[in-house]
Design a protein around this ligand. Sequence first.
Ligand SMILES: C[S@@+](CC[C@H](N)C(=O)[O-])C[C@H]1O[C@@H](n2cnc3c(N)ncnc32)[C@H](O)[C@@H]1O
Length: 208
Amino acid sequence: MHTIKINTIEQTLDMLHNDAKKDFMRMGRGLMKSVFRPMQPSDFKDAYLPISKEQGEVMRQLIIDNDCKHIVEFGTSFGISTIYLADAARQTEGDVTTTELIESKAQKALQNITEAGLNNYVNILVGDAMLTLKDYSKPIDFLFLDGWKDLYLPLFKMLEPRFHAGTLIYADNMDMSGTQDYANYVLGRSSYTTQTVHHGKAFLTTSI
Ligand SMILES: C[S@@+](CC[C@H](N)C(=O)[O-])C[C@H]1O[C@@H](n2cnc3c(N)ncnc32)[C@H](O)[C@@H]1O
């Protein structure tokens, strides 16, 4: 039974990572729309924009090794990263709360997470994460930041009261523009230690 579940999870992930390889076509359409105005999340409603398999595996192991129970994700997309987080939550007997602005993406993510057999571990909140996570009340053990970059810092500050010693915060795409204020904040405070991971692409911050 256990083996069947692991196969289902890995097969679903393989299928989704494969499909995501066609993102360059979907992104091309989105980028064309943003030539004359600022980029919007809806320009990429058909694109996964996912983490890599390596990043997913590292996050999954971090959650298991640190016995994280309450996991929060900013930016579900079609659920690739959520499946890694939920598989970890399955093993720590925890839960994942994930947030997606675009309803059609959240629906597809739920389908994918269900196909992986992990829907019992995931709660998807649809809408702007600044609103949907406003009343999140559990202690946060692991926070994954992967939505629009200008919201990393406001969202982090909003959720900060839910952190405790040992909370892990993994922020992806720290090599992209729009992340400097977040970097300045976490690097400038003695209550956090931060290391760069995945060749500088991401920040792994620990609350101390
Ligand atoms: C980089 S993708 C996430 C990829 C996903 N974590 C993965 O690895 O499979 C970013 C997602 O954040 C969503 N997003 C952007 N702004 C948001 C907001 N204010 N609240 C919730 N989701 C948002 C976008 O619609 C997009 O689907």
